[in-house]
Design a protein around this ligand. Structure first.
Ligand SMILES: Cc1cc2nc3c(=O)[nH]c(=O)nc-3n(C[C@H](O)[C@H](O)[C@H](O)COP(=O)(O)O)c2cc1C
Length: 273
């Protein structure tokens, strides 16, 4: 029987959205068959490609979420950009890639995707790298969609509450992929995800999904005990048969040379892990 919670699924488990290939329809189907809550990754996709995936997911007859990247509207720091480009240059040359001399502004079809999600509503939408406006949240809520904000600190969680988010995806610093921080110039303190979940769950009265470094039943238990209603996993799914993870990525994950989570930090800001 389904639990009465923010995200309706048999198990308190969520397949975290993973843009760039890993989250595909096969993974979504396997996750929902297993009783967990599936998330589509809307980032890096055209609105048309996202709509196609949404329509295919609807045929499964389960609840699901769609994740969107919130565009960064602060201007790029040119000095940091140039320094990072210089650092990447030797590797780029190996692959005969020409690096952009100027920062490229890309909003990832933010407005078009939001408009489509309002016109053709889905059960849940989550936001990453920043917050939607209160108007965006209200528009989604008016069509029956639950809006979740990805946050990494108590301050970000409070800001999410102020724009009216229905719940939080609390991401700890051990999470794979990009940090969901709202401030790329901040270097996150290393902390256990359960600790961050507990801090936020005790401060902000919104339901929480915890994510980051969850690698088995014991870490799921810790996240739930810390106050989360569900635990989201990303990296754990990357090497499944169903995931659309590239061969290079799979090989790197299985390579005994790489044994720990490393944070890539350009100047003072986190680039990814
Ligand atoms: C390859 C990859 C791609 C990711 N893409 C997204 C994304 O598109 N949107 C998002 O909110 N989080 C993204 N994440 C972060 C996950 O949603 C989640 O927070 C993280 O994977 C949890 O930590 P774990 O990998 O240790 O399980 C990605 C993570 C990985 C590993």
């Amino acid at each position: 029987m389904a639990r009465e919670t923010l995200l309706r699924s048999k198990l308190p488990l969520v397949a975290a959205p993973m843009a760039g290939g890993p989250t595909n329809l096969d993974l979504i189907e396997a996750v929902s068959e297993a009783g967990a809550f599936p998330f589509l990754a809307g980032g890096y996709k055209t609105p048309e490609a996202l709509s196609e995936q949404i329509e295919a997911t609807r045929t499964l007859g389960v609840d699901f979420g769609v994740n969107l990247f919130v565009p960064e509207r602060r201007p790029v720091d040119r000095r940091t950009f140039s320094a990072y480009a210089v650092e990447l240059q030797p590797e780029a040359e190996t692959y005969r890639i020409t690096l952009d001399a100027e920062p490229v502004v890309d909003e990832d079809y933010w407005q078009q995707k939001l408009d489509r999600l309002t016109e053709y509503p889905v059960p849940v939408v989550s936001f990453t790298f920043g917050l939607p406006t209160q108007d965006d949240v209200e528009r989604l809520r008016s069509v029956g969609t639950t809006a979740l904000a990805s946050v990494t600190t108590v301050e970000e969680a409070k800001a999410a509450e102020r724009v009216g988010a229905d719940g939080l995806v609390v991401q700890g610093p051990q999470a794979g992929g990009h940090s969901a921080t709202h401030d790329p110039s901040r270097v996150p303190e290393m902390a256990d995800t359960a600790t961050v979940v507990k801090q936020i769950a005790e401060t902000v009265p919104l339901p929480v999904v915890g994510a980051g470094g969850i690698d088995g039943p014991e870490s799921v238990r810790r996240i739930l005990d810390a106050g989360a209603e569900a635990a989201a996993v990303g990296t754990l799914l990357l090497c499944t048969d169903e995931a659309g993870t590239s061969a290079t990525h799979r090989a790197a994950l299985a390579d005994p040379l790489f044994t720990e989570t490393v944070r890539l930090i350009a100047d003072e800001g986190v680039v990814g892990v």
